[in-house]
Design a protein around this ligand. Structure first.
Ligand code: GAL
Length: 390
């Protein structure tokens, strides 16, 4: 290849890669949508930022404060720029970003790769460059880019336009694609965004959480550092599921290397939910540098991984230093599973002995050889263990 041709090839590759240095680990933070929907304003955002500090969530690793749909006014200004809704955000987004940054946190914003957002407000298709520029000038650190009201251009084309616009601002902006799993997004999005929604919207109900988990779980091979499958935001704390189901939701999202965006009202988060959200041992599984998504190993039942509710389901992920995490999920609606004996070999683990730690009870079970016993997993609950070399 001539050197000119080589240079041209490298330039084209550079332009068409994401390579924004973001998302080396899944983002941790808060988003307004699952609790507030369109009922947002600058006070809600400031209070969320304050709560992230005061409740110890920042210390646990959460650092994004993300505004979802409904922040923008009904019309662009004379220069064609998006403007914040003057009633909800009278001091503008820049001032809000400054407030959030002053707490050592980052600010996220939302738009759609269509002519209007899902709530019918102005969106960014055809305005990518001007919108990316204004967000960068406000100090925005994260963009969630939705899929409502688009034209006939394909997802890969529409989402790449915003990737290039964000890159050209020179600001580091995490790019979250929200195309609900359409056009098999996981097959092309790692060159476009830092994460991609693999499913429709989650609801604060066990069946919704389970269905979404199943769809996302089988896509494990597509997740890696810099680009993650996104089975949607957390419902923990919103009150629609028993605490056992919230433990399952949190543990499996963490091990799936999903973005972990809290979706409840942090000014009123119940104590048992806060305890889940603050579980640093489980958050560490999400932030582990190997960056692999967990995969079902035992009692997976069929190719979509979760239909087996008559046996405990074992999901395994490799961690740094050849350690592992094992989740044991009870999808059964009525029966607790008790005293389950499982061999390391059945979980495809390479060693015969491990030290086993229960990450909900924060309790070491000591070095264990060949098999270990899971004492009990209640209805819809998930036990989580970290296995380190004995
Ligand atoms: C949906 C999206 C939700 C939320 C909503 C806002 O398309 O999946 O997470 O952003 O739009 O209107």
């Amino acid at each position: 290849m001539s050197s000119y041709l080589l240079l041209a090839t490298l330039l084209v590759a550079a332009v068409h890669c994401l390579d924004n240095g973001e998302g080396l680990m899944p983002p941790l933070g808060f988003n307004t949508w699952n609790h507030f929907y369109c009922n947002i304003n600058e006070k809600v955002i400031r209070q969320a930022a304050d709560a992230i500090i005061n409740l110890g969530l920042k210390r646990a690793g959460y650092n994004y404060v993300n505004i979802d749909d409904c922040w923008m006014g009904k019309e662009r200004n004379d220069k064609g720029e998006l403007v914040p809704d003057a009633t909800r955000f009278p001091h503008g987004i820049k001032a809000l970003a400054e407030y959030v940054h002053s707490k050592g946190l980052k600010l996220g914003i939302y738009s759609s790769a269509g002519t209007k957002t899902c709530q019918g407000l102005p969106a960014s298709l055809g305005h990518e460059v001007i919108d990316a520029k204004i967000w960068a000038s406000w100090g925005v650190d994260y963009l969630k880019y939705d899929n409502c009201n688009h034209d006939s251009q394909s997802g890969p084309v529409r989402y790449a336009k915003m990737r290039d616009a964000l890159n050209s601002t020179g600001r580091h902006i995490y790019y979250s694609i929200c195309s609900w799993g359409e056009e098999e997004v996981w097959k092309w999005a790692n060159k476009v965004g830092n994460s991609w929604r693999t499913t429709g919207d989650i609801e604060d109900k066990f069946n919704s959480m389970r269905t979404i988990y199943q769809r996302n779980a089988k896509l494990y091979s597509y997740a890696a550092r810099g680009g993650w499958n996104d089975p949607d935001m957390l419902e923990v704390g919103n009150g629609g599921m028993p605490v056992a189901a919230y433990r399952t939701h949190f543990a499996l999202w963490s091990m799936a290397k999903s973005p972990m965006l809290i979706g409840c009202d942090l000014t009123k988060v119940p104590r048992d939910s806060l305890e889940i959200l603050l579980n640093k041992d489980i958050i560490a599984l999400n932030q582990d540098k190997v960056g692999k998504q967990a995969r079902c190993i035992l009692n997976c039942a069929d190719s979509d991984f979760s239909k087996d509710s008559t046996h405990p389901q074992f999901t395994v992920v490799e961690l740094e230093n050849s350690n592992y995490a094992v989740a044991v999920t009870n999808w059964n609606d009525n029966t607790a599973f008790k005293d389950m004996v499982v061999s390391f070999a059945a979980l495809n683990l390479p060693l015969k002995s491990y030290k086993v730690r229960d990450l909900w009870l924060h309790k070491d079970m000591g070095p264990v050889s060949d098999t270990f016993t899971v004492p009990t997993v209640g209805v819809h609950d998930t036990a989580v263990y970290k296995l380190t070399k004995a």
